[in-house]
Design a protein around this ligand. Structure first.
Ligand code: PLP
Length: 289
């Protein structure tokens, strides 16, 4: 199993043990960094333009600099992937605000760091996709959709990590973050959809969720298949009573949610609409140049 790391400060990919970042880097000190997680398809990063666009809008929300061109970022991704020797990779692209004098003030930061970690792409098995995930709803970790930086993919994922920890402590596979007013937001690393009476619904971005690239693709695929899709407020109660629910994310694609807070959705297996969207997603990935 081969892992490789491209470091902007070196300008090349190296084995993981040679890839080091300063302890004064604000990514380390404050989670003051941006990131994107992508997968390759036939060796090329999937939806690269959308990921680079989101990286730049995340940077704008938090007043960070990304002083590399899209071509330079694409080259860093390609070098990291090539250095692994694997057919397909999961690529984590990280841009930190750089080093600072141990003070919160962002004006003191210099030398943003660019890191790409490439590791082998491992997808859930067919049986895992069909079994789906048991989730629990977690409140009190993320609540305010009015904060613009709720839409930025920044390094500090502690609220999401703690939501996941709560879910696994309770014996579930994953969490769904729910706002204080009962509105469903997203999973720790995925957007959420539900199906009720043949209709799909997913929360709007301004509820305080990451503008997921897979969410957008799935919305397009669903509309192309003439499914009825609403982007609207979804409550945790509704999620518990849904016929089907699913997560979308760049690596797993479409993953069924088959239990919510201990209650089965449908017959506790991936439902027909989720199945159709997973197939449509697989066809979308296979059709990438
Ligand atoms: C909080 C959060 N929501 C949603 C997603 C899904 O986004 P994408 O489809 O762009 O991978 C992610 C991805 O990691 C995430 O971290």
């Amino acid at each position: 199993v081969s892992v490789a790391v491209y470091l902007g400060s070196l300008g090349r990919a190296v084995p993981p043990e040679q890839a080091t970042v300063s302890v004064f880097d604000r990514g380390f000190l404050y989670g003051d960094s941006l990131f994107e997680t992508l997968r390759t398809a036939e060796g090329r990063p999937l939806d690269l333009e959308a990921h680079l666009e989101r990286l730049r809008s995340s940077a704008a929300y938090v007043h960070a600099q990304v002083p590399w061109s899209d071509a330079a970022l694409a080259d860093a991704l390609a070098q990291a992937h090539a250095a692994t020797g694997n057919a397909e990779s999961v690529l984590r692209l990280i841009v930190t605000r750089g080093r600072g004098p141990l003070m919160l003030d962002i004006r003191g930061a210099c030398d943003p760091e660019l890191v790409v970690i490439a590791r082998p792409l491992v997808l859930p098995s067919e049986a895992e996709y069909q079994r789906g995930l048991a989730v629990v709803c977690v409140t009190g970790r993320k609540s305010d959709g009015r904060l613009l930086d709720a839409r930025a993919k920044v390094g500090n994922y502690l609220p999401h990590a703690l939501a996941l920890a709560q879910a696994t402590d309770e014996g579930a596979d994953d969490a769904v973050l729910v706002a204080d007013d009962g509105a469903v937001l997203e999973g720790p690393t995925a957007n959420v959809f539900l199906v009720r009476d043949g209709q799909l619904a997913t929360p709007p971005i301004d509820a305080g969720v990451l503008p997921g690239i897979t969410r957008e693709v799935v919305l397009t695929l669903a509309r192309a298949a003439s499914l009825h899709v609403a982007v609207r407020r979804v409550t945790a109660d509704e999620l518990r009573r849904a016929d089907e629910a699913l997560f979308t994310s760049s690596v797993r694609g479409v993953m069924a949610i088959t239990r919510v807070d201990g209650r089965s959705l449908g017959d506790s297996r991936e439902g027909p609409l989720t199945r159709a969207l997973r197939s449509a997603w697989a066809a979308y990935v296979a059709a990438r140049p």
